[in-house]
Design a protein around this ligand. Structure first.
Ligand SMILES: [Zn+2]
Length: 326
């Protein structure tokens, strides 16, 4: 535990007691102390108070915040797990499901889809609703042809958060839908690269880097780490270029949220261990499964009841898996 604590003021007593209960939190989120640091791995900020030195929207490989990687701890009250032998803050990995599929991926798909539907180069139809319908048909055909499960029934203005003062975003409850939409968009834009070169580059770099990570082993080769890093660098540069252009035109596209910075950390592949192995798809599935029985029992005994029910069902599931294996 050689990292020095950050030089920030002592919290008031009430905040201190909150911090003791939180295993992982930032003081500045609780009391709003500037600069607003957004990352537990480095000192990147939102660029608050015009202090842009460490602003996370710097896509350069030599951005100042990279020089602060893991040089401080993100808490005043160290949680018990940080006292474990061998613990390092770099082992706390951003979760791809929430960072990309339920975060930046929604902004990417929403911004591209809204642009394509507003313009008439890709989807046929005289009105926005007609083009949304054509997009829905195309998406479902792609999902069927590639045997990809899709929960979303149709694309609509509401799904794209349509409005003059709202950021374009593909709002769907399913993280997997976002990855299907990203692959479909790359597929349909392959024949429109002359009109939308940035979109095609962005989707290609994103999908390619994710396939390297998700198809890769627990420990990535140096070559794959370098490929993900290069593809990620391309993605970040194009994303921020599009965000800058939208800002100049006062348009609500390409939202730059702090999750973009956490995705940048994943692209950097600081460690050889594959960051995709830390994504929480299975955890979310499990939470969905237990949420129904949890609602049926007392909150006081819920943990014991869930374990009892799990034990009750275990023999049947074991038998089923043995039958499948046999
Ligand atoms: Zn960071």
């Amino acid at each position: 535990m050689g990292n020095p604590p950050l030089s920030i003021p002592e919290p008031p007593q009430s905040i201190g007691s909150i911090l003791e209960k939180q295993s992982f939190n930032f003081l500045w989120l609780l009391v709003g102390v500037a600069p607003c640091q957004i990352c537990w791995l480095c000192r990147a900020t939102k660029g608050a108070n015009n202090d842009m030195d460490l602003c996370f929207t710097n896509a350069s490989e030599t951005a100042p915040f990279w020089g602060t990687y893991c040089d401080s701890m993100p808490w005043l009250e160290a949680p018990p797990y940080s006292e474990l032998d061998g613990f390092e803050i770099s082992q706390v990995v951003p979760d791809l499901l929430h960072v990309l599929n339920l975060g930046v991926g929604r902004d990417v798909c929403g911004s591209i889809l809204k642009t394509l539907v507003k313009e008439c180069h890709v989807f046929a139809g005289d009105t926005i609703d007609a083009r949304l319908h054509a997009a829905t048909v195309s998406l479902h055909q792609f999902a069927r042809a590639h045997a990809l499960p899709l929960r979303m029934k149709k694309l609509s203005r509401k799904k794209l958060n349509w409005g003059s003062n709202r950021y374009a975003e593909l709002s769907t409850g399913s993280g997997y839908d976002v990855s299907v939409v990203a692959r479909w968009l790359e597929h349909i834009l392959a024949t429109h690269t002359s009109i939308y070169p940035d979109f095609a580059t962005l989707l290609w770099s994103l999908n390619k880097s994710m396939s390297i990570l998700y198809d890769g082993p627990w420990f990535l080769s140096d070559e794959d780490r370098q490929r993900v890093r290069t593809l990620g660098s391309i993605f970040m540069r194009v994303f921020l270029k599009l965000a800058n252009e939208a800002l100049r035109k006062n348009e609500f596209y390409w939202r730059c949220r702090p999750k973009l910075h956490m995705l940048h950390h994943i692209f950097r592949c600081h460690r050889s261990v594959n960051p995709a192995k830390f994504s929480t798809w299975m955890d979310e599935d499990w939470l969905k499964k237990v949420s129904k029985p949890l609602r049926l029992v007392s909150a006081v005994t819920s943990q014991a009841r869930i374990l009892q029910r799990w034990l009750l069902a275990l023999p049947l599931h074991l038998q089923k898996s043995m039958n499948i294996a046999g």
